[in-house]
Write a protein that binds this ligand. Structure first.
Ligand code: 0X9
Ligand code: ZN
Length: 301
C-alpha cells in the first residue's frame, strides 16, 4: 500500500484516497471536481467531523509536475489526520479539511514516464507550431497575464490563452464557487527553496493584513525548524522570489481567504526537484507541524 519511502504514481495516490474514504466513511469523502486535459480525475478528499459551523482549509499539491515532494507531503498529512482523527487535537478536529494532492495529474504522470523535469500541464500544442503545456500557476484569474508570465506556448511560464483556460485550474475555480464552506486558509505546496510565501505574487506589493500573514508564517517557520531542523524563509513571494502573476495563492487571497500561502518545500538546491526519497518523511513531518500551528491560529480568530 501507501508509504512515504518512495514517490508514488497517480494510480496509487488515487487508490489511497479511495481506500481512506471507504475505511473512514463517517469523516472522509472523496469527490472528483473535474478532469484534466487527458481525462484524469481531479480528486479532492474532505475530512470533517460534520459540524456545520467549522471553518475550512483547502490544501493542494502537484500544480507543478516535477515537484514530487509536494503530493508526497499532502498525502502524508492526509494519512496522519485520517488514521488518528479521534486522537487529534481539537484544533484539527474542528476544521473542515479539503485536500487536492495532485492538481496536475497529466503532468505528474508525464514526469514519471517521459520527462522527469516537466513543469506544466499537458495541454496539447497547436498542430504544426507551438508547444504543449500551460503553467497552471500562471493561469489563475487574479491579475492574469501580468509580470513573470509568457504568452509563448513554448515557455515554462506560459500563462495559457486566457484566465482559467485550463480544465485543472478551472475545476479548482468552480469548486470554490460552488462550495459553501467557510475557507480561512489556502495552502499550496511547491518545491523547492524552503520558503513560506504569501501574496502578493503578481507584483511587489502586500495586502493590508500582511503583518498577520508574516507573523503566522514566522511561527510556522519556527516550528518547522524545531521539528526537523530545516530553515524556511518567510515573506511575500514577489519580494522573496520574483513577481509572477496568475498564481493560485493570489487568486485565493483575492477571494477573501485570509491565510493564503505557497510553501516551497525542500531542499535549497542540492537536489532541487529530484529530492531523494529519504527526505520525504522529515519534510512532510515538518509541514504537518506547521499546519498544526496554522490550525491553532485560525481557530483562535
Ligand atoms: O513560480 C512559481 O509558480 C512558484 N515557484 S516554483 O519554483 N514552485 O515554480 C512560486 C509562486 C509564488 N506565488 C506567486 N507568484 N503568485
Ligand atoms: Zn511549483
Amino acid at each position: 500500500r501507501m508509504n512515504w519511502k518512495q514517490y508514488h504514481r497517480l494510480e496509487d495516490i488515487d487508490g489511497f484516497l479511495e481506500y481512506l474514504s471507504k475505511t473512514y466513511p463517517a469523516i472522509i469523502s472523496v469527490n472528483s471536481i473535474g478532469k484534466s486535459h487527458e481525462g484524469r480525475e481531479l480528486k479532492v478528499l474532505r475530512i470533517s467531523n460534520g459540524n456545520p459551523s467549522n471553518k475550512a482549509i483547502f490544501i493542494d499539491g502537484g500544480i507543478h509536475a516535477r515537484e514530487w515532494i509536494s503530493p508526497a507531503t499532502v498525502t502524508y498529512i492526509i494519512n496522519q489526520f485520517a488514521e488518528n482523527f479521534d486522537e487529534e487535537s481539537e484544533d484539527i478536529k474542528n476544521l473542515d479539511w479539503y485536500f487536492l494532492p495532485v492538481m496536475n495529474p497529466d503532468g505528474y504522470e508525464y514526469t514519471h514516464m517521459s520527462d522527469r523535469l516537466w513543469r506544466k500541464n499537458r495541454r496539447p500544442g497547436v498542430a504544426g507550431r507551438g508547444c504543449s503545456g500551460v503553467d497552471l500557476n500562471r493561469n489563475f484569474g487574479y491579475r492574469w497575464g501580468g509580470k513573470g508570465t509568457s504568452s509563448s506556448s513554448c515557455s515554462e511560464i506560459y500563462r495559457g490563452p486566457r484566465a482559467f483556460s485550463e480544465p485543472e485550474s478551472r475545476a479548482v475555480y468552480e469548486f470554490f464557487q460552488k462550495s459553501a464552506a467557510n475557507y480561512v486558509a489556502y495552502i499550496t505546496y511547491h518545491s523547492y527553496g524552503q520558503y513560506i510565501l504569501y501574496p502578493w505574487g503578481y507584483e511587489n506589493a502586500v495586502p493590508p493584513d500582511y503583518e498577520d500573514l508574516q507573523s503566522l508564517g514566522d511561527k510556522m517557520a519556527a516550528v518547522i525548524q524545531s521539528t526537523g531542523g530545516d530553515y524556511y524563509s518567510v515573506g511575500s513571494s514577489s519580494k522573496l522570489l520574483y513577481p509572477a502573476a496568475g498564481g493560485s495563492d493570489d487568486w485565493a487571497k483575492s477571494q477573501g481567504i485570509k491565510y493564503s500561502y505557497t510553501i516551497e518545500l525542500n531542499d535549497k538546491g542540492r537536489y532541487g526537484f529530484v529530492l531523494p526519497t529519504t527526505y520525504i518523511e522529515n519534510v512532510a513531518k515538518e509541514s504537518l507541524a506547521a499546519l498544526r500551528v496554522l490550525a491553532a491560529q485560525v481557530n483562535k480568530e
